[in-house]
Each structure stands twice: as C-alpha cells, then as structure tokens.
Design a protein around this ligand. Structure first.
Ligand SMILES: NC(=O)c1ccc[n+]([C@@H]2O[C@H](COP(=O)([O-])OP(=O)(O)OC[C@H]3O[C@@H](n4cnc5c(N)ncnc54)[C@H](O)[C@@H]3O)[C@@H](O)[C@H]2O)c1
Length: 294
C-alpha cells in the first residue's frame, strides 16, 4: 500500500503514536507534515526539537517531511505549512493530545478547559482549515483519535473523556457530510506506551504495545482504496477491532395503559435486556423502532 504523491498532516507527531504514524506514512512514499508544539505531557511549554527530530528521522531513512511547530488550536497555520511546502493536503491525522488527570471533586476550570481546547478545538481547527480544500479536490481522508477513556470512562479523566467522546460525535457527523465528496472520516482509540501512559505500564507490557503497532490501521483507513467511513476502531498490541452501538430491543408502553413511571417499572427488564438487541447506524435507523416504522 503506497502513498506516493499524497500529502499527509499528522498532528502531535513529535512523540508516541503520532510519530509512529508519520514514520509509517513516510516509509510508504507520503510527503509528511510533522506537526508538534513540543510541550510537556500536561501541555506546558513548547520545544521545536520534538517535530524537528522526527523530520530528521524520516529524512535519514530517505523519506520526505517538513516540521510545523504551531499548536493544533491554530489549525490554519498547520494546514498552511502543508500548502506552502507541497501545494495540497490529502490526509489529516488529528492525533495531538495532553492529559490533566484529576478526580472530579478536584477538577478546576483550567484543567477542564485546556483539555477541551487541545483535543476538541485542536481537532476542529486543522480539520476546518483542510475541509474546503478536500471538498474542492473531492478527495480526503481524516482520522480522529479518541480513547477508551471516552468510550468506557476512567477514574480521574472526566475532562479527557468528555473531550474524547466529543471528538467521536464530531467525526460521525463529518463522515456523513464528507461522503459525497470522497472524504472519509474515521476514529481510532489507540492503546500504546507513550509518555501519556508509561507510568501505568510494566516493561513487558510496554514492549507489547509499541506505538507503531497502531499505525497500520491508520494507513489502511487513509489509503485511497479504503471505503471505510464513519467507523470507530480500537487498536493496540497488533490487535484491531471495529466498535458499534448496541441497543436493547426495549419495552413499549402506551397500548391500553398509561405511560407512567409505575408502568415503566413493570417493563424495566425489557428496557435493559440485550438478548434481542439491534445496532442502529444512523439517526434514521435509530428512529424507526420508537416510531414503529419497519
Ligand atoms: N497512548 C495511548 O495508549 C493512548 C490511548 C488513548 C488515546 N491516546 C491518544 O493518542 C494521541 C497521542 O498520544 P500519545 O500517547 O502518543 O502521547 P504523546 O504525549 O507521546 O504524544 C502527543 C503529542 O502531541 C503533542 N501536542 C500536545 N499538545 C499539542 C498542541 N496543542 N499542538 C501540537 N502538538 C501538541 C505533544 O507535544 C506530543 O508530542 C492523543 O490524542 C492521546 O489522547 C493515546
């Protein structure tokens, strides 16, 4: 699978998972914009060497890349550097991220807001800047990076979970809007050792979940041959799986009976019973069962 003549922007590519994606794209012929602000894992400070080092790695291996040191919250500058260097953008991998973990009873407005800014605004801003270009050229592949913490919840990560699942909702609507223009949007939830996760991992586990083991999924979803759109995938340790919503068949009130909390209590077993579940894929499909449309 080659990416010759494709221009790929990877945000937060100075470390961890983003670095692995950038190296993987470059090794298959893509021209890569390595974006990274170079701050700490909690989003403090900045350092140009994070992006520069990855560009040096790529060029030493015979690949083509340039560095961009802007924050993802200033997406126009990130996309502009792709246009200035290579004249187009084909793939955008929204990956940059930080953590400000704290139990909710100790949450500050600052720690809530910065996580929203980097993850949600930092995915919105480059995507907005690239979107009309992709529409005009009728081609684009976009990846959003969510987290198991957003999908399943995690202690101490209310700010991060809210932002990460917000990104998924964003991606789902964007996938619908992009489809007709051959712009496909997918979301990944990686599991990899990085400076965000290294304190949680033993040495043997770290070896199992190297960041580069996530990148094949991103390359597959971003290739011109891919028809996947609006998907959510988990990946780590060489394991890849697609997720979907599951909804119980549910219970219905209203035929010869009041719709009240007492009657709801009587059918509660049906409301929470997944033995005859369905998997709605759109708001239209989701609306059929309550409205009795077959
Ligand atoms: N590592 C995991 O297991 C894991 C799990 C779930 C989700 N994620 C997500 O994967 C993504 C990559 O994380 P990672 O684990 O590789 O962490 P990492 O810290 O190694 O890499 C993140 C990179 O983003 C950069 N960055 C942060 N804020 C930025 C900004 N405002 N502008 C530009 N660059 C910025 C950092 O400098 C860093 O190089 C993040 O979105 C993270 O939330 C990671």
């Amino acid at each position: 699978m080659r990416f010759d003549n494709r221009v790929v922007v990877v945000t937060g590519a100075g470390n961890g998972v983003g670095r692995a994606h950038a190296l993987a794209f470059a090794s298959r012929g893509a021209k890569v914009i390595v974006n990274d602000l170079g701050g700490s894992a909690s989003g403090k400070g900045s350092d140009t060497s994070a992006a520069d080092n990855v560009v040096a790695e790529i060029t030493a291996l015979g690949g083509e890349a340039i560095a961009n040191h802007d924050s993802v919250t200033e997406g126009e500058k990130v996309i502009k550097s792709a246009l200035e260097a290579y004249g187009r953008i084909d793939v955008l991998v929204n990956n940059a991220g930080i953590l400000r973990d704290t139990a909710f009873h100790k949450m500050t407005d600052e720690n809530w807001k910065i996580i929203y800014d980097v993850h949600v605004m930092g995915a919105y801003s480059p995507t907005r800047a690239a979107w009309n270009l992709m529409r005009e050229q009728e081609y684009g592949r976009i990846i959003f990076t969510t987290s198991a913490s957003g999908i399943y919840g995690n202690f101490g990560q209310t700010n991060y979970s809210a932002a990460k699942l917000g990104i998924y909702g964003f991606a789902q609507s964007l996938a619908i809007e992009g489809r007709k223009k051959n712009i496909f949007v997918n979301t990944i939830a990686p599991m990899a050792v990085s400076r965000l996760t290294q304190n949680l991992m033993s040495e043997s586990m770290s070896e199992m979940i190297r960041p580069e083991l996530v990148s094949p999924l991103v390359l597959k979803l971003c290739h011109e041959s891919s028809v996947e759109n609006g998907g959510l995938y988990e990946a780590g340790a060489g394991w890849f799986a697609k997720l979907r919503w599951e909804r119980a068949k549910g219970g219905r009130l209203g035929i010869n009976q009041d719709i009240s909390v007492d009657n709801l209590e009587e059918i509660w077993d049906q409301v929470v019973d997944f033995s005859q579940s369905e998997h709605p894929r759109s708001t239209a499909e989701a609306g059929k069962t309550p409205l009795r449309i077959s």
